[in-house]
Design a protein around this ligand. Sequence first.
Ligand SMILES: [Zn+2]
Length: 215
Amino acid sequence: MTGGETGIIYGSQVHRSMGYQGHRSVTKHDGSTKESWYSYICGHCNTKVSGAVVCGYYGEEEPPIKWLLCTNCGNGSVLAKDGNVYPGVPFGPNIDGLPEDVLEAYKEARNCMTVNAFTSCELICRKILMHVAVEKGAKEGDKFATYLSYLEEQGFVTPPMKGWVDLIRQHGNKATHSLESPDKKRAESTLMFTAELLRLIYEMEHMSKQYTEET
Ligand SMILES: [Zn+2]
């Protein structure tokens, strides 16, 4: 078997999926043709770009594969046979002013959505509540419910917010404790509630500092 071919062995026969067909199918682009550019949203910098196609693999009877370079951040992506660009664009908004631990957890939750890992997304969103409470002074290792009451007592979660913040906890609990199948819509809403909470707790303060520190 030559490099790049994939094979599945059934009995004594090897069935090969259409795969590597030699370097003759690889085309390098120099920017002078229409095929040298590809419009996509870069998963690294979340920007819509007309990216440079470094090279393409144009096999017979199959969709092309293109290696892309972002003209905004200079990072690389791949347009795969399935028509998707990898890495994908993280779901949900960027939130500024997050402490490092919270930022890492929030990024992870957003990335989960790009690979349809809905249960994992909800588990991390629930964990973000814990990160936020501890970052704001709650004692680590307490029962989960105490983190939410702590955020309420300290005024980070106000009465109008309580209902939807509690949904983050409830959805996380379902993801942890029940075997029901993952639900994309629910995971999307869990992530959006989490984003809103982080926006109110961190981003608004971060933004306002730009103005208050000048006076
Ligand atoms: Zn980019």
